[in-house]
Write a protein that binds this ligand. Structure first.
Ligand code: ZN
Length: 269
Protein backbone atom coordinates (compact mmCIF):
# COMPACT_ATOMS: atom_id res chain seq x y z
CA UNK A 1 0.00 0.00 0.00
CA UNK A 2 1.18 3.47 -0.76
CA UNK A 3 2.35 5.52 2.20
CA UNK A 4 -0.10 8.28 3.14
CA UNK A 5 0.80 11.93 3.83
CA UNK A 6 3.46 12.26 1.16
CA UNK A 7 3.73 15.00 -1.45
CA UNK A 8 2.62 12.59 -4.12
CA UNK A 9 -0.56 11.80 -2.18
CA UNK A 10 -1.07 15.51 -1.61
CA UNK A 11 -0.85 16.23 -5.32
CA UNK A 12 -3.34 13.42 -6.00
CA UNK A 13 -5.73 14.94 -3.48
CA UNK A 14 -5.60 18.35 -5.17
CA UNK A 15 -5.99 16.85 -8.62
CA UNK A 16 -8.97 14.74 -7.52
CA UNK A 17 -10.63 17.84 -6.06
CA UNK A 18 -10.13 19.82 -9.24
CA UNK A 19 -11.22 16.94 -11.48
CA UNK A 20 -14.50 16.81 -9.59
CA UNK A 21 -15.24 20.48 -9.89
CA UNK A 22 -13.87 21.80 -6.60
CA UNK A 23 -12.11 25.14 -6.73
CA UNK A 24 -9.23 25.35 -4.24
CA UNK A 25 -9.28 28.69 -2.45
CA UNK A 26 -7.35 30.57 0.18
CA UNK A 27 -9.03 31.75 3.36
CA UNK A 28 -8.84 35.33 2.10
CA UNK A 29 -10.58 34.41 -1.14
CA UNK A 30 -13.33 32.56 0.69
CA UNK A 31 -13.97 35.46 3.04
CA UNK A 32 -13.76 38.30 0.53
CA UNK A 33 -15.07 36.99 -2.80
CA UNK A 34 -18.47 38.31 -3.72
CA UNK A 35 -19.50 35.08 -5.33
CA UNK A 36 -18.30 31.63 -4.41
CA UNK A 37 -18.28 28.56 -6.65
CA UNK A 38 -20.74 25.79 -5.91
CA UNK A 39 -17.99 23.34 -5.02
CA UNK A 40 -14.97 24.62 -3.18
CA UNK A 41 -12.19 23.57 -0.88
CA UNK A 42 -10.64 26.13 1.46
CA UNK A 43 -6.98 25.22 1.90
CA UNK A 44 -5.34 26.39 5.11
CA UNK A 45 -1.76 25.60 6.13
CA UNK A 46 -0.38 26.25 9.59
CA UNK A 47 3.41 26.35 9.51
CA UNK A 48 4.60 25.31 12.96
CA UNK A 49 8.09 24.26 11.85
CA UNK A 50 9.96 22.95 8.79
CA UNK A 51 9.36 26.01 6.61
CA UNK A 52 10.97 24.28 3.63
CA UNK A 53 8.00 21.90 3.46
CA UNK A 54 5.71 24.91 3.15
CA UNK A 55 7.54 26.07 0.05
CA UNK A 56 7.36 22.56 -1.43
CA UNK A 57 3.59 22.47 -0.97
CA UNK A 58 3.20 26.02 -2.25
CA UNK A 59 4.99 24.98 -5.44
CA UNK A 60 2.87 21.84 -5.88
CA UNK A 61 -0.30 23.93 -5.52
CA UNK A 62 0.90 26.68 -7.83
CA UNK A 63 1.75 24.12 -10.51
CA UNK A 64 -1.92 23.05 -10.40
CA UNK A 65 -3.35 26.56 -10.29
CA UNK A 66 -4.59 26.12 -6.70
CA UNK A 67 -4.47 28.90 -4.11
CA UNK A 68 -3.94 28.34 -0.40
CA UNK A 69 -3.28 30.22 2.83
CA UNK A 70 0.00 29.83 4.74
CA UNK A 71 0.14 30.94 8.36
CA UNK A 72 3.59 31.25 9.90
CA UNK A 73 4.43 31.50 13.58
CA UNK A 74 6.41 34.59 14.59
CA UNK A 75 9.15 32.50 16.24
CA UNK A 76 12.71 32.52 14.86
CA UNK A 77 12.56 29.17 13.09
CA UNK A 78 9.47 30.09 11.06
CA UNK A 79 9.81 33.87 10.68
CA UNK A 80 11.51 33.80 7.28
CA UNK A 81 10.63 36.94 5.28
CA UNK A 82 12.24 35.65 2.10
CA UNK A 83 10.10 32.57 2.25
CA UNK A 84 6.95 34.66 2.92
CA UNK A 85 7.67 36.58 -0.26
CA UNK A 86 8.35 33.41 -2.23
CA UNK A 87 5.06 31.84 -1.11
CA UNK A 88 3.14 35.05 -1.89
CA UNK A 89 4.83 35.28 -5.30
CA UNK A 90 3.40 31.83 -6.12
CA UNK A 91 -0.05 33.38 -5.70
CA UNK A 92 -0.79 32.22 -2.16
CA UNK A 93 -1.93 34.11 0.90
CA UNK A 94 0.51 34.58 3.78
CA UNK A 95 -0.84 35.18 7.28
CA UNK A 96 0.16 35.27 10.90
CA UNK A 97 -0.12 32.07 13.00
CA UNK A 98 -0.60 33.79 16.32
CA UNK A 99 0.03 32.52 19.84
CA UNK A 100 0.31 35.78 21.75
CA UNK A 101 -1.79 34.77 24.72
CA UNK A 102 0.56 31.85 25.32
CA UNK A 103 3.68 34.00 25.03
CA UNK A 104 2.09 36.61 27.33
CA UNK A 105 1.29 33.82 29.81
CA UNK A 106 -2.40 34.64 29.69
CA UNK A 107 -2.20 38.41 30.16
CA UNK A 108 -4.67 39.82 27.63
CA UNK A 109 -3.31 43.38 27.48
CA UNK A 110 0.26 42.17 26.91
CA UNK A 111 -0.99 39.66 24.36
CA UNK A 112 -2.81 42.35 22.37
CA UNK A 113 0.31 44.49 22.18
CA UNK A 114 2.33 41.48 21.11
CA UNK A 115 -0.28 40.56 18.47
CA UNK A 116 -0.14 44.10 17.02
CA UNK A 117 3.65 44.13 17.00
CA UNK A 118 3.91 40.75 15.29
CA UNK A 119 1.27 41.64 12.73
CA UNK A 120 3.34 44.71 11.84
CA UNK A 121 6.48 42.58 11.55
CA UNK A 122 4.77 40.36 8.96
CA UNK A 123 3.35 43.35 7.12
CA UNK A 124 6.82 44.78 6.61
CA UNK A 125 7.27 41.95 4.09
CA UNK A 126 3.86 40.78 2.81
CA UNK A 127 0.25 41.95 2.97
CA UNK A 128 -1.60 40.14 5.78
CA UNK A 129 -5.39 39.96 5.63
CA UNK A 130 -6.22 37.00 7.84
CA UNK A 131 -4.76 35.30 10.91
CA UNK A 132 -4.78 31.78 12.31
CA UNK A 133 -4.71 30.61 15.91
CA UNK A 134 -1.88 28.32 17.03
CA UNK A 135 -2.97 25.78 19.61
CA UNK A 136 -0.58 24.51 22.21
CA UNK A 137 -1.87 21.64 24.34
CA UNK A 138 0.72 22.40 27.02
CA UNK A 139 -0.73 25.79 27.94
CA UNK A 140 -4.15 26.47 29.47
CA UNK A 141 -4.86 29.47 27.22
CA UNK A 142 -7.00 29.80 24.12
CA UNK A 143 -5.14 32.19 21.84
CA UNK A 144 -8.38 33.09 20.08
CA UNK A 145 -9.36 35.16 23.13
CA UNK A 146 -6.96 37.85 21.91
CA UNK A 147 -8.49 38.19 18.47
CA UNK A 148 -11.99 37.88 19.85
CA UNK A 149 -11.29 40.95 21.98
CA UNK A 150 -10.30 43.03 18.94
CA UNK A 151 -12.21 44.75 16.19
CA UNK A 152 -10.64 43.02 13.18
CA UNK A 153 -11.59 45.81 10.80
CA UNK A 154 -9.57 48.21 12.92
CA UNK A 155 -6.53 46.09 12.12
CA UNK A 156 -7.42 45.80 8.43
CA UNK A 157 -8.03 42.10 8.88
CA UNK A 158 -10.66 40.28 6.83
CA UNK A 159 -10.93 37.41 9.26
CA UNK A 160 -9.66 34.69 11.55
CA UNK A 161 -9.58 31.02 10.52
CA UNK A 162 -12.06 29.83 13.15
CA UNK A 163 -13.93 32.90 14.31
CA UNK A 164 -14.88 34.11 10.83
CA UNK A 165 -16.24 30.79 9.58
CA UNK A 166 -19.61 29.17 9.90
CA UNK A 167 -18.70 25.49 10.16
CA UNK A 168 -22.15 24.41 9.11
CA UNK A 169 -21.36 25.95 5.71
CA UNK A 170 -17.98 24.26 5.25
CA UNK A 171 -17.01 20.82 6.55
CA UNK A 172 -13.72 20.90 8.42
CA UNK A 173 -11.02 18.24 8.07
CA UNK A 174 -7.61 18.42 9.73
CA UNK A 175 -4.48 16.28 9.33
CA UNK A 176 -3.57 16.67 13.01
CA UNK A 177 -2.11 13.32 14.17
CA UNK A 178 -1.66 12.24 10.53
CA UNK A 179 -5.22 11.08 10.14
CA UNK A 180 -8.25 13.02 8.96
CA UNK A 181 -10.32 11.27 11.59
CA UNK A 182 -11.54 13.62 14.26
CA UNK A 183 -11.54 12.36 17.78
CA UNK A 184 -12.16 14.01 21.05
CA UNK A 185 -8.79 15.55 21.78
CA UNK A 186 -7.16 17.77 24.32
CA UNK A 187 -6.14 20.07 21.48
CA UNK A 188 -8.60 22.88 21.34
CA UNK A 189 -8.66 23.35 17.59
CA UNK A 190 -11.80 21.55 16.50
CA UNK A 191 -14.54 23.98 15.54
CA UNK A 192 -17.29 21.40 15.97
CA UNK A 193 -17.46 18.15 17.88
CA UNK A 194 -16.94 14.86 15.99
CA UNK A 195 -20.60 13.94 16.44
CA UNK A 196 -21.70 17.05 14.54
CA UNK A 197 -19.72 16.20 11.44
CA UNK A 198 -21.76 14.82 8.56
CA UNK A 199 -19.05 12.29 7.75
CA UNK A 200 -15.57 11.19 8.77
CA UNK A 201 -12.62 9.87 6.84
CA UNK A 202 -9.33 8.41 8.01
CA UNK A 203 -6.90 8.24 5.10
CA UNK A 204 -6.29 10.68 2.27
CA UNK A 205 -7.53 7.98 -0.14
CA UNK A 206 -10.86 8.03 1.69
CA UNK A 207 -10.94 11.82 1.44
CA UNK A 208 -10.38 11.49 -2.31
CA UNK A 209 -13.28 9.00 -2.49
CA UNK A 210 -15.46 11.51 -0.67
CA UNK A 211 -14.56 14.25 -3.14
CA UNK A 212 -15.41 11.91 -5.99
CA UNK A 213 -18.94 11.42 -4.67
CA UNK A 214 -19.38 15.20 -4.51
CA UNK A 215 -21.68 14.74 -1.51
CA UNK A 216 -19.99 17.53 0.44
CA UNK A 217 -19.85 20.61 -1.78
CA UNK A 218 -17.78 22.82 0.54
CA UNK A 219 -14.78 21.62 2.50
CA UNK A 220 -12.21 23.32 4.67
CA UNK A 221 -8.87 21.54 5.03
CA UNK A 222 -6.22 22.24 7.63
CA UNK A 223 -2.94 20.80 6.34
CA UNK A 224 0.31 21.09 8.30
CA UNK A 225 3.18 20.99 5.78
CA UNK A 226 5.56 19.56 8.40
CA UNK A 227 3.43 16.43 8.66
CA UNK A 228 3.91 15.55 4.99
CA UNK A 229 7.09 14.09 3.55
CA UNK A 230 8.70 14.20 0.18
CA UNK A 231 9.82 11.01 -1.48
CA UNK A 232 13.44 11.22 -0.29
CA UNK A 233 12.44 11.33 3.36
CA UNK A 234 9.94 8.61 2.67
CA UNK A 235 12.63 6.43 1.25
CA UNK A 236 14.93 7.14 4.20
CA UNK A 237 12.19 6.22 6.63
CA UNK A 238 11.46 2.97 4.86
CA UNK A 239 15.15 2.19 4.75
CA UNK A 240 15.67 2.94 8.44
CA UNK A 241 12.78 0.64 9.31
CA UNK A 242 14.67 -2.18 7.64
CA UNK A 243 17.73 -1.37 9.69
CA UNK A 244 15.66 -1.38 12.87
CA UNK A 245 14.25 -4.75 11.92
CA UNK A 246 17.85 -5.95 11.73
CA UNK A 247 18.47 -4.67 15.22
CA UNK A 248 20.69 -1.71 14.36
CA UNK A 249 20.88 1.13 16.81
CA UNK A 250 21.78 3.49 14.02
CA UNK A 251 18.39 2.77 12.45
CA UNK A 252 16.58 3.64 15.64
CA UNK A 253 18.45 6.90 15.74
CA UNK A 254 17.37 7.68 12.17
CA UNK A 255 13.75 6.91 12.98
CA UNK A 256 13.90 9.22 15.99
CA UNK A 257 15.52 11.96 13.94
CA UNK A 258 12.99 11.69 11.17
CA UNK A 259 10.10 11.64 13.54
CA UNK A 260 11.56 14.06 16.04
CA UNK A 261 9.24 16.85 14.99
CA UNK A 262 6.29 14.89 16.29
CA UNK A 263 7.76 14.23 19.67
CA UNK A 264 8.96 17.68 20.62
CA UNK A 265 5.56 18.42 22.14
CA UNK A 266 5.92 22.17 21.78
CA UNK A 267 2.94 22.30 19.52
CA UNK A 268 0.76 19.94 17.65
CA UNK A 269 -1.59 22.25 15.85
ZN1 ZN B 1 0.14 25.73 14.93
Amino acid sequence: MERDFTYRVYRDLLTAAQDHGYEILSVREYLTREELPERLLVMRHDVDRKVENALDMAEIEASLGATASYYFRAIDKTFEPELFRAVAALGHEVGYHYEDLDTADGDLATARRSFERNLDRFREHVPVDTVSMHGNPLTPHDNRDVVESLDLAEYDLAGEVYLSFDFSEVVYFSDTNRTWYEEKTIVNDWPVGPSEKPTQVESTAELVDLLETGSIPRLYLLVHPNRWADSTAEWALEYSKDVVTNGGKWGLWVVRSLRGDDQSGDSVV
